[in-house]
Design a protein around this ligand. Structure first.
Ligand SMILES: Cc1cc2nc3c(=O)[nH]c(=O)nc-3n(C[C@H](O)[C@H](O)[C@H](O)COP(=O)(O)OP(=O)(O)OC[C@H]3O[C@@H](n4cnc5c(N)ncnc54)[C@H](O)[C@@H]3O)c2cc1C
Length: 247
């Protein structure tokens, strides 16, 4: 609990978070018991408060959302009006990067951090809590539509994470992609008013290179994808300038 309030969002400190979610979700441990035990220690009040906030407030908000939105918790139907409208308005925006479901599953994007996160999910059966947000938001940015992004992130989360198939998963993915329990932010392409996250922001928060180095293949995949994108861009611009010359 000592650093739970200060370091839990740093994926390089993976042991700061408890990694208890699979046991909590499958009923082996109750969060009520954890709360009582942790409070009884009477140490590290800030870390303890942050832990209880996650396990009681956020977890119960997820249960509540899924319970009271039985027909829409896993689709854009479940989004608030502002979020659905903004996503629909930007659904046709041009995507600089577009990946297939298979490329995403294999962690083969131009972004080494994202690829490392995906490889962590597939190889270890889980993804660090902070990385989960970045991971899901990039799926929105790099796939053909918000509903496709939602279904893809939910599928990967449930297929590969030991703690998947749980209200926290639907709400976590929903928070990232369709603004559940969030508010509108500055409007931008694709995301509309959905909160945005980017690589540079992650760089300010933690040492990306150390995280990426833990997942063999992530860096190489990103270099390969970037090279392929450069070749594609070049051939597009060549054919465009050829057309202009003919005209
Ligand atoms: C895209 C995305 C997908 C997610 N998918 C899942 C999932 O499938 N299953 C899952 O249990 N959680 C999910 N979460 C929420 C959160 O990331 C995990 O609960 C947390 O990372 C689990 O690790 P931990 O047990 O070490 O948590 P700790 O940081 O040690 O927290 C203790 C407990 O508090 C609860 N908790 C922590 N953060 C959250 C949160 N943001 N919302 C709700 N409860 C929380 C969990 O029960 C967790 O085990 C997701 C979040 C996002 C953004």
């Amino acid at each position: 609990m000592q650093t739970f309030d200060t370091l839990r969002n740093d994926p390089n400190h993976s042991a700061v978070c408890t990694n208890l979610s699979p046991y909590i979700n499958h009923g082996q441990i109750s969060f009520q018991r954890l709360t009582l035990k942790v409070r009884a220690l009477k140490t590290h009040p800030n870390g303890t408060a942050a832990f209880i906030e996650e396990g009681v407030v956020h977890r119960e908000l997820s249960d509540n959302f899924v319970y009271y939105t039985p027909d829409g918790y896993d689709s854009l139907e479940g989004a608030a009006d502002w979020a659905r409208e903004t996503l629909e308005l930007h659904a046709q925006d041009e995507r600089e990067h577009l990946y297939t479901w298979r490329e995403l599953e294999r962690g083969e994007t131009h972004d080494d951090l994202w690829d490392a996160g995906q490889l962590q999910l597939v190889r270890e059966g889980g993804l660090h809590g902070f990385m989960r947000m970045y991971w899901a938001k990039k799926i929105l940015e790099w796939t053909i539509s918000p509903s496709y992004a939602l279904a893809t992130a939910q599928y990967f989360n449930d297929r590969y994470a030991y703690d998947g198939n749980d209200p926290n998963g639907f709400v976590g993915v929903g928070w990232s992609i369709m603004g559940i329990h969030d508010m509108g932010w500055k409007e931008r392409p694709i995301f509309g008013k959905i909160r945005y996250m980017n690589y540079v922001g992650c760089k300010r928060k933690f040492k990306i290179d150390s995280f990426v180095a833990r997942y063999k293949g992530a860096k190489e995949n990103a270099i390969k994808a970037e090279r392929a994108a450069t070749v594609e861009r070049k051939s597009e611009s060549d054919s465009l300038s050829g057309k202009k010359r003919k005209a």
